[in-house]
Write a protein that binds this ligand. Structure first.
Ligand code: NAD
Length: 489
């Protein structure tokens, strides 16, 4: 692969059958914190996807016949190699995505490493079922086998983190893969490809095809030799993928958007709740599918909460993502920034109050970042539940705050959106916490905390937030085909 020298751009290449292959056309990729093009990404289509699927099919017989232990050792080696270059990966993720270097160092890259270690371990511990029917003289048991070539499509918000959350279980189970990262954040996937051979991943087991969703992504979804697609991204794209894959009856795992509520009762420990809810609203510029974007506060503490929350949000510093003292980096693109800003404008037009951030406070940026896609953490109050700001996923540093009176009322209001990914509940009453958690339409409920994850347990959303779950057992089940075998003596 060609690396940039002096002013030349970084040029990525597809990784197919263990080799880097140039593409006939390229797309520009921007550094969100400066607005400059800094990288060129292959604009792959059918031809490149065809070559990658063929390489993956050819590699399947050998890879799928390896023992889980052999595969596990290779995954662990890959984890070590990424960890060894953690700083380079973190720098690249921050530059490519706009996220702060602090977040990339603390969250993105360590989690990518952990994804490989976690599945390297968990693949060794699955047991299959067995039942007996003594009167029939029969024993039944199940066996699980890898499915084949898995198509993996990931978004731009947590690039390497989410891609490896799919690659690791897919190959641990013995599948081979063709992955397509977001065209806006392809660099760390390309860097990972450079480590595969050294880790002992045979050629063709992991292929990465770069390009847009419409061309490369759709070619993968429509390919007849790719029986399963694991997708993380927007609900709109998932609908298109479902449609396109229907003629092939593909197995789909869909991890989609959210409109996540935080419910704060008047007996909550505000000293914990406020900083955590500021973090759950604005971490990674609010570009995490699990970010809070509707805060329901019980009326008795509403005005105090609001005041303290805004004061805390104002402490978050926005600026150059490579500065380790910065909390909020740049949004992914100019278009996305405009979209997020427009939500704030719509809220104002509807009579809501913007308490801090966009249009209210000055945004001072260093000279080199003047053309970057920055926005201050923004808090909106007095928004109607029907407003698009309370119904649609904004996916930026914007959070809406409203008051509620009763438990019954808040459950109903929290559930009154099309999404159902994550929710947080804050209360010191354990009975209430259980009651509310059970009644929320949400794949994940965190009480008195946020984003504490045990990868063993299911992750995913209800309603328009997805189909299927990911996790130790769930990913194992998705990436394997089960068979029931009956033996009569
Ligand atoms: P997106 O749907 O625009 O794109 C996701 C991926 O799909 C990209 O790689 C894109 O190139 C590809 N794609 C686009 N159109 C395609 C098509 N027709 N066929 C095949 N592939 C196609 O999403 P995004 O804007 O990159 O990411 C943001 C979204 O992802 C948000 O809605 C966010 O909530 C969601 N998300 C969900 C989770 C989760 O785990 N539930 C995690 C992170 C992000």
């Amino acid at each position: 692969p060609r690396m940039a020298h002096s002013k030349a751009l970084l040029v990525l290449e597809n990784f197919i059958g263990g080799k880097f292959v140039p593409c006939s056309s390229y797309i520009d990729s921007y550094n969100p914190s400066t607005g400059d093009v800094y990288c060129r990404v292959p604009d792959s289509g059918k031809e490149e996807v065809e070559a990658a699927v063929k390489a993956a099919k050819d590699a399947f017989p050998i890879w799928s016949s390896k023992s889980p232990l052999e595969r596990s050792q290779i995954l662990n080696k890959l984890a070590d190699l990424i960890e060894y270059e953690l700083e380079a990966f973190a720098q690249a993720e921050s530059k490519d995505q706009g996220k702060t270097i602090t977040f990339a160092r603390a969250v993105d890259i360590p989690r990518a490493v952990h994804n490989f270690r976690f599945f390297a371990s968990s693949i060794l511990h699955h047991v299959t079922e067995c039942t007996e029917m003594p009167t029939m003289g029969c024993v039944h048991y199940t066996s699980r086998a890898p499915v084949g070539v898995a198509g993996l499509i990931s978004p731009w918000n947590l690039p390497l983190y989410l891609l490896t959350w799919k690659i690791a279980p897919a190959i641990a189970c013995g599948n081979t893969v063709v992955a397509k990262p977001s065209e806006m954040t392809s660099v760390t996937a390309w860097m990972m490809c450079k480590l595969l051979e050294k880790a002992g991943v045979p050629p063709g087991v992991v292929n990465v095809v770069f390009g847009t969703g419409a061309k490369a992504g759709e070619a993968l979804v429509c390919h007849p030799d790719v029986p399963l697609i694991s997708f993380t991204g927007s609900t709109l794209t998932a609908q298109r993928i479902t449609e396109k894959s229907a003629p092939h009856c593909k197995r789909l795992s869909l991890e989609l958007g959210g409109k996540n509520p935080a419910i704060i009762f008047d007996d909550a420990d505000l000293s914990q709740c406020i900083p955590t809810t500021v973090r759950s609203s604005f971490a990674n510029q609010g570009e995490i599918c699990l970010c809070t974007s509707r805060i329901f506060v019980q009326r008795g503490i509403y005005s105090e909460f609001l005041k303290r929350f805004v004061a805390e949000a104002k402490k978050w510093k926005t600026g150059n993502p490579s500065d380790p003292t910065i909390d909020v980096g740049a949004l992914i693109s100019k278009e996305h920034l405009e979209k997020v800003r427009n939500y704030v404008k719509k809220a104002q037009a509807e009579g809501a109050r913007v308490l801090c951030g966009e249009g209210v406070d000055p945004l001072a940026l260093p000279l080199g970042n003047q053309k970057g896609y920055f926005m201050l953490p923004t808090v909106i109050a007095e928004v109607k539940d029907e407003s698009c700001c309370m119904q649609e996923e904004i996916f930026g540093p914007v959070t809406c705050m409203v008051a509620f009176d009763t438990e019954e009322e808040v459950i109903k209001r929290a559930n009154s959106v099309k999404y159902g990914l994550a929710a947080t509940v804050w209360s010191s009453n354990v009975g209430r916490v259980h009651r509310v958690a059970h009644r929320l339409q949400s794949g994940l409920v965190w009480t008195n905390c946020w984003l504490v994850r045990d990868l063993n347990l299911p992750f995913g959303g209800m309603k328009a937030s997805g189909i299927g779950r990911e996790g130790a057992k769930d990913s194992y089940e998705f990436f394997t085909e089960v068979k029931t075998i009956t033996i009569k003596h």
